[in-house]
Design a protein around this ligand. Structure first.
Ligand code: SF4
Ligand code: SF4
Length: 369
């Protein structure tokens, strides 16, 4: 309960613009067993910090309440459970999420079971499935990748924990964007264990510091934008906070693709931050702008975002001089930070317009017969 309250307080404070990053994307390692076409990390992966340094990092940031551990393939990290335990013990983390390509089903199941032993209120795991078997295996560069990812999804779902949310993540890139609706239909036909509402859509962005990818990897704006506008939000099975966030994210994805600008005021370096495997601070997963070495700030994000470099970057992003993006890593905290302003706008829009005050005779326009 204490963790939920802290998280709710952070989210509320973000709505008033008074915050330090409570949502962190932490690239723990770039090591990965996949050979993806739209990501080149696997060619020369950086291993990431050791467990002792990760413990020091979390100890310096006890206010974190929402953690995205990513890679590389973070669940394949030899110390994965210890890393999560370090975060849970040292911070007030309420929600922790990580993506996985799901290539080691049994090991992933064991590790998720071990994480569920920790006092972590919510664990979100997204298993990547980028299309039916032929498309997915080609994209991931591994024969049998679809089969293993499906096995991982089923195993995690079967754990049946109320604290665990398992989703299937479909990332649109130039490698699978020819017919988005057909791709989704083919995926659902090939994976009877998946329901439409299990799918979380994502957009590949050009982000060299994050994927070492190329501009040609991003999907076609028009095709994917049209699909997301029509089908992206899907059916709202349950009005959970996550489902509402997913819906808002999908609905605004079309706006992003039409303009290539973030459709909301961005929360990067205010509510959220991005840290790479060498503990370098970046604004986000999309802006290849190294700001500072956190080791020189005693690992403290609160101190780092007050630095001259971070303040300058924040001014630039406010002025629209960042690449502009709409990735869940930053879009979700931006959506959370906009709940109150959006509700206020809605209330103002619904409030009946005040009756027009009659003008005094001297201000009335001439009336001609
Ligand atoms: S996209 Fe993910 S799964 Fe694929 S190589 Fe990169 S880190 Fe690994
Ligand atoms: S809008 Fe700009 S600063 Fe914000 S997350 Fe996207 S690229 Fe980063």
């Amino acid at each position: 309960m204490k963790r939920l309250l802290a998280f709710a307080t952070d989210a509320a404070r973000a709505n008033f613009g008074r915050t330090r990053p409570f949502k962190l994307t932490f690239i723990v390692t770039e090591v990965c067993s996949c050979r993806c076409a739209a990501c080149q990390l696997w060619r020369a992966p950086r291993p990431g910090p050791g467990l002792d340094e990760v413990r020091r990092f979390f100890a310096a940031n006890p206010h974190l309440s929402w953690l995205n551990l990513s890679g590389g393939e973070v669940v394949e990290h030899p110390c994965f459970v210890d890393l999560v335990e370090a975060a849970v013990r040292a911070t007030r983390v309420y929600a922790l999420d990580f993506p996985t390509a799901g290539q080691r089903p049994e090991e992933t199941e064991q590790r998720v079971r071990a994480v569920l032993e920790l006092p972590l209120p919510r664990l979100f795991v997204t298993v990547s499935l980028d299309g039916p078997p032929a498309v997915h295996d080609r994209l991931r560069g591994l024969p049998g990748a679809f089969e293993r990812a499906g096995d991982t999804f089923r195993r995690l779902r079967a754990l049946g924990s109320r604290r665990l949310v398992v989703r299937a993540g479909l990332t649109f890139s130039s490698w699978n964007d020819a017919d988005p609706a057909g791709l989704v239909a083919d995926l659902l036909a090939a994976a009877p264990f998946l329901r439409r509402e299990d799918l979380h859509f994502n957009l590949a962005h050009h982000a060299p510091h994050c994927y070492r990818n190329r501009r040609v990897d991003v999907p076609d704006d028009r095709r994917v934008g049209e699909f997301l506008a029509r089908h992206g939000a899907g059916r709202l099975a349950r009005a959970t906070p996550l489902a509402l966030l997913e819906r808002a994210y999908a609905r605004l994805s079309g706006d992003y693709l039409a303009t290539r600008r973030c459709p909301l005021p961005c929360a990067a370096l205010a509510a959220s931050a991005y840290v790479d495997p060498e503990l370098c601070l970046f604004p986000c997963a999309s802006w290849d702008r190294p700001l500072l070495d956190l080791r020189q700030f005693d690992y403290s994000l609160a101190r780092a975002v007050r630095s001259t470099a971070a303040r300058a970057a924040r001014r630039e992003l406010r002025a629209g001089r960042c690449p502009g993006c709409w990735t869940p890593c930053e879009a979700f905290p931006s959506l959370v930070a906009q709940v109150l302003p959006a509700a206020l706008r809605l209330c103002r829009a619904r409030r009946p317009a005040p009756a027009a005050r009659p003008l005094p005779p001297e201000e009335r326009p001439c009336e001609r017969a």
